[in-house]
Write a protein that binds this ligand. Sequence first.
Ligand SMILES: CC(C)(COP(=O)(O)OP(=O)(O)OC[C@H]1O[C@@H](n2cnc3c(N)ncnc32)[C@H](O)[C@@H]1OP(=O)(O)O)[C@@H](O)C(=O)NCCC(=O)NCCS
Length: 344
Amino acid sequence: MIRIRPFRAPADYQALAPLLGTTVDRLDAEDAALPATDALTTGPDGRLTGHGRIRLLAEDRTGRPVGYATAWRAPWTPPGDLASHYALATPDVQPPPAATDVLPPPAGVPATACTRIPRAGTLTSTDVLLPLADALTTWARTAGATRLLTELPDTRLDALPALLDRGHTVDAHIRTASTTLRPSPAPLPEPPAGIRFTTLATTTVTDPAQRLHALYLATLPDNPGFADALPDYEQWHTEVLAGPAFRPDWIHLAEHTGRLVAVAAAHATPDPYTCHLTYAAVARPWRGRGLARTLKLHATDHLAHAGLRTAHTEVAAANTPMTALTTALGYTWHPGHHRLVLPL
Ligand SMILES: CC(C)(COP(=O)(O)OP(=O)(O)OC[C@H]1O[C@@H](n2cnc3c(N)ncnc32)[C@H](O)[C@@H]1OP(=O)(O)O)[C@@H](O)C(=O)NCCC(=O)NCCS
């Protein structure tokens, strides 16, 4: 039997921290940075706007937390959308069965959709994830959302058929990769003729932030992993150039005659020795000349000299050039996630 109940802060931080691989202090700090109350609104076109969230905990029949799910929208989330996230405990053997092995469906879910839990043995991802997904879907419908977006970790792919049955569709398969950062023992390749490598801390181009935004806008649609609406300047600035993860000297740029033609952006993570390579792009006329490869080599060498030891990145499996480049640079591939969309 899986019981779904609202997440209670701060009492449940202790249970949630291991599920999310974080600490109670970090959860506390992240919560403190978010608005205390929801303000979900409806836009002029009738679509969901504003901000708000739901957080749910799944407990097994002994009351042990085995899963967590949240759905939310931020003020900049596209109208109508809600994002969601699941974290599941590793499958574990359950104690002897209780009286029932059929879950009562959450409010609004047809009884035929209730989840059968094996009477004994191991809880599968589906056993825990499906009741959480049903509860999130009910909340999303009630909130008036038109799409519920989620990420299913590749380690939980056994739950994919059940989610597809519920109407989710696969939007993209995102792979993750990492590399150990070391100062390059050999001289780095030179940039193509006429190109100068700088960072956002050293560039002398005028209006670098506006130009960088323009480069993102021009290149994001060519990334098969990008599905959102193009971010306006404010939204992009909030995500890329503001906040505790932003370091101006980690945003590596390639310049040609006062224009930005490529970017390799890294952001900080809670681990001071680990960075996240968040985006790399080359303006269309400059592609296929090894510019992304050379700029990334310079960027990771610079990051290694700055004391970073590990870099993580995410690449859409359908992104052929970035997959080729990431493999050629010797990164190690890890399980990623499938991005799912549920029209409501
Ligand atoms: C991905 C991107 C940055 C590559 O830029 P680039 O300067 O053309 O790349 P490079 O010339 O350095 O080549 C990188 C690798 O991709 C390969 N490649 C380039 N274009 C390719 C294509 N159309 N099909 C297959 N492979 C391709 C190259 O052979 C090279 O592989 P190698 O290192 O094994 O020789 C560029 O295509 C781009 O800006 N795409 C849009 C934004 C994007 O998707 N960013 C990635 C976000 S994770």
